[in-house]
Every structure is written in structure tokens, then in C-alpha cells.
Write a protein that binds this ligand. Sequence first.
Ligand SMILES: [Mg+2]
Length: 298
Amino acid sequence: MRDVVVAVIVRDGRVLLAQRKGSEKNAPWAWESPGGKCEPGESHRDALYRELLEELGVAVDETDVSDTSIFRCEAFGFQLHFYEVHMQPWCRPSPAEGQAGIGWFLPEEMRRLRMTRIVFLDFDGVLNSTAFALRHEQEERSGVLGLDPVAVARVNRLIAETGAEVVVSSTWRRQRTRVQLVEVLRDVGFVGTVRGKTPNNVPCTDPLSKRHVGERGDEIQAWLDVAPRYGLEIESFVIIDDDSDMRHLAHRLVKTDFEDGLLDEHVERAIAMLKSPPSPSLITLPEKEDIRRFGGES
Ligand SMILES: [Mg+2]
């Protein structure tokens, strides 16, 4: 099993973390400790020195690094070795590999970094519209309405300002996998992350309704309910849709209309909503996290 070294960099009780680029295939925007795989024959220490130079542009030496690993575990098919690194006050770490950012965090602040903002995104009437169809008469004649790059650029702006991820709630999700939805969006310039899609055919949760199958709001709630099982904590969410069948989640809806689709004013409202979390009772909270203790000498 391949060894990975991880630097737990501490200064004044804070830990240095770097944020992965939004373009990363795995875990975009995630905050992580610097480190990486050991090259064949490379010692843990040499791998740490190399990774810290590559990732943060800083040189540390043996007096800065703990003699032995402070924690070890297996994850993702690797053996992870954590070393405590004291960074001297004159060291100026920088995001040398183009990371989205770096920062120093207290332990209680680190927990919040795992929280995610979600945009539940409809396509028809949001990413396309009558106005768009008229601009593209040819597509209208063929009966197939594509997605409007101008509207998609507005979604990109929403994501850039909030770090939110997309969950597709459009009926487009029914014939497509998540990867196919990503391709559809990328073709028109989307640069964000598609975290998933809402489930189909969930039961209606409204006791007064004669419906058996839930509405859009039920589908979105069903996704929110299972998200903690995948390690996600939802800080806030917004629904962008030209329909209104959001039931108890209606107050999180930014409603567009099919005439014009997504406009700048909708983006502004969605940004404000994502920055003000909903009542916690609407989001199922995860089981209390297992606290792992540092321990074990290598
Ligand atoms: Mg629609």
C-alpha cells in the first residue's frame, strides 16, 4: 500500500489548510492539509519537505517536524501518515500550486469548512426560455431547446460568489446520469460542480394531498434527508425553478419564468439566500461525528 504524508501545520493553536481548486475532479473546493504520496524510496521526511515546497513554497527542516507520525490511518487505498509541523513565524506560505486559497483555522472553525451550499437547479424555464428560443429560431423549429449560455454564465457567477454546488432538480435528470448532466452543462460553459440529482418518484409527504407521488419539494427534501449519509453538511440551499411546487420549501425558492429564464436579479436573490442559512429543522443533521484521537507512534 502506498504511503502518503500529511503535514498538520500548527501556529498559535491554528492549523493551516489549503482549499482545492474548483476545477479538481475529486472533492473540488474541499479544504485539506498539505501533503502527498511518497515517491519510491523517498523517506517520509523528504516527501514532506518536497510537498511543502511544491504546495506552499516554504522550506522546513527536521527541527520543525515531529520525530514520528502523530496519527496514522488507511484511507482511499493509501496509508496516511500525519506529522506535526511547526512553521516558523517568518515563513510565508502561499498557494504555490494555484489552490483556491489557504488559511489558518481554529479546530472549531475547521468543522464548518465541510459545510456545503447547494443550488437545486431546474433547466427548462431557468437555463432556457422563450426569449432564448426566439433568439435561436432554428432550435425552436427542430423542437429541441438547448441551454442558454448566457443563463449558464449567470449560474457560474452565483457559484463563484457563494462556492455553492449544483444538484439538478430538472426533469432533464430523468434520462441522464450525473456525468451526462455535467457534460450537457459543460458544453454551454458551466464551470461548477454537480453534486448530484434529486430522486424520482418519492412519496408525497402532504397528508392532505390526494397525490401519491411527491412534488418537486418532496424530491428536494428527500435529497436533503440522505445528504448526511454521504458526509455532507448542508449550510444553506436555494431552489431555482420556474414552477412553484416546492411545498414546505417554498420560502427557499427563487422563481423564474419561462419567458425570460434566469436573470441577474434572480442571481442576486439566490446569493442573498445562500448567505442566510435556513432553519436547521429543515435540514437533517448528521449523527454526531466520531471523534478520532491523535495517537499511536509509528
Ligand atoms: Mg422548469
